[in-house]
Write a protein that binds this ligand. Structure first.
Ligand SMILES: Cc1cc2nc3c(=O)[nH]c(=O)nc-3n(C[C@H](O)[C@H](O)[C@H](O)COP(=O)(O)OP(=O)(O)OC[C@H]3O[C@@H](n4cnc5c(N)ncnc54)[C@H](O)[C@@H]3O)c2cc1C
Length: 397
């Protein structure tokens, strides 16, 4: 039997970042993933990217991975919000948020998923405090005084805290009997990258359409595309299935219809990915010697690109409680972790849910109300500044 302070199960972006942060603070951690780490790197451009808020950037910085991202992050300097119907010009009433007007740095950064993965993998291998087991299946037994994590075909590890970071389908959450409520949206999110004719100049677009929001997010250039953006495109599931089955030329035509001439001609680049969308509320974030973080603890609509950012906020919250704690899995520490993180995550869930419901429908009154709302915000500088601060808050959190 070997022993360590903390075992983290799940080496996705959230679990891996927590391992780097804690090991950097001098903790001994074991990190276990059932999938092998190297293939998670996808060395070729694969079209997936995250919108990283300033607060998340700080977490990645403290974890020692921000400066070693192998591909540059693309800053988001402006966000344009518009409302419309497919095949018609966007509503003339739109909101334009400028980071400089709000008087601070960029709203956030677009980071390629492969870039984050490569930096995390390199850091995990470089930190002496991290014991990595991947691919490996772990069986966990927890008790009031500690836990034992048995690696199939490997050692048994005694620890005082187990962190569940295995994503939405968390087996540890299920094993602990923690109830979960799912709120299906009947929508599917399609994500990928597109090359376009004109430079984006750091501008993002959130275009609300009746079937769901369509977002263009500015990325740094990559091989084969000097003008590049990510798209996060929500449709009713049956329609998304038809769109995903299209060949590149037809898929590009559908993309162009959503972009409505913005940034000139567009073509898809790399692979496209799709995810059925649902929100997920986990009734407790902790159990005896167990803390849930990242997608194991919450799931939200990707309308504001905040899922991973919430996970990084869990990482920051748990790491700050663990700093200097004598017993990393004490009931008091776990109680404080839940109290610190649950309200913030619920608030974001409610906000993204309300945004999707407000914009993903075509009823005349709702449409009128939101156009009037958008116009009012645009005309009143104090109101606009307030919204900008809210947008920054959502992104900078
Ligand atoms: C369409 C879409 C777009 C999105 N865009 C954004 C965005 O722009 N910005 C943003 O912040 N977020 C975004 N998100 C959300 C983001 O992708 C997730 O929040 C993030 O991936 C969660 O990371 P995680 O590490 O918690 O979980 P995951 O990424 O799911 O990682 C879980 C890990 O645990 C491992 N695992 C699973 N089960 C076990 C087990 N039993 N034992 C051991 N290991 C196990 C898996 O192999 C995996 O490595 C988006 C989501 C969707 C659906």
């Amino acid at each position: 039997m070997i022993s360590t302070d903390i075992c983290i199960v799940g080496a996705g972006p959230v679990g891996a970042t927590l391992a780097c942060l804690l090991a950097g603070q001098g903790r001994e951690v074991a990190l276990i993933d059932r999938a092998p780490l190297p293939p998670m790197e996808h060395p070729d451009f694969d079209g997936r990217a995250y919108a990283i808020a300033a607060g998340s950037r700080r977490v990645l910085d403290q974890a020692g991975v921000w400066d070693t991202l192998p591909f540059p992050a693309g800053p988001i300097h402006a966000i344009r919000v518009s409302d419309g119907r497919l095949g018609r010009p966007a509503s003339p009433l739109f909101l334009h948020f400028d980071a400089e007007e709000a008087g601070s740095g960029p709203f956030g950064w677009m980071v390629e998923a492969r870039s984050l993965r490569m930096a995390l993998n390199a850091r995990l291998h470089a930190l002496p405090g991290v014991r990595l087991f991947a691919p490996a299946e772990a069986a966990v037994e927890r008790g009031a005084d500690g836990a034992v994590v048995r690696i199939a075909g490997g050692p048994a590890i005694a620890c005082r805290l187990v962190v569940a970071a295995e994503g939405r389908g968390s087996a540890l959450r299920r094993q602990a009997g923690i109830p979960v409520t799912h709120l299906p949206y009947g929508q599917t999110g399609m994500v990928g990258a597109m090359a376009h004719e004109h430079p984006h100049q750091g501008g993002a677009l959130e275009h609300f359409l009746p079937a769901g929001p369509f977002a263009q997010l500015p990325m740094a250039p990559t091989e084969g595309a000097s003008n590049l953006s990510a798209f996060v495109w929500t449709e009713r599931t049956a329609m998304a299935e038809r769109i995903m089955a299209l060949d590149d030329a037809d898929f590009g035509r559908e993309l162009s219809r959503r972009m409505n001439g913005h940034l000139g001609a567009v073509r898809p680049l790399g692979r496209r990915w799709s995810y059925p969308l649902s929100a997920m509320i986990v009734h407790r974030y902790t159990d005896t010697r167990l803390a849930l973080i990242g997608d194991a603890a919450h799931g939200i609509h990707p309308i504001a690109g905040q899922g991973l950012n919430l996970g990084f906020r869990d990482v920051a919250g748990l790491a700050s409680l663990l700093a200097g704690a004598e017993d990393p899995g004490s009931p008091e520490l776990l109680r404080r972790y839940q109290a610190a993180r649950r309200p913030d995550n619920l608030l974001m869930l409610a906000a993204t849910d309300a945004l999707d419901r407000l914009f993903s429908n075509d009823r005349r009154l709702v449409r009128l109300a939101r156009d009037v709302g958008i116009a009012a915000v645009h005309r009143l500088p104090p109101l606009k500044r307030l919204f900008m601060r809210q947008a920054m808050g959502a992104l900078t959190g």
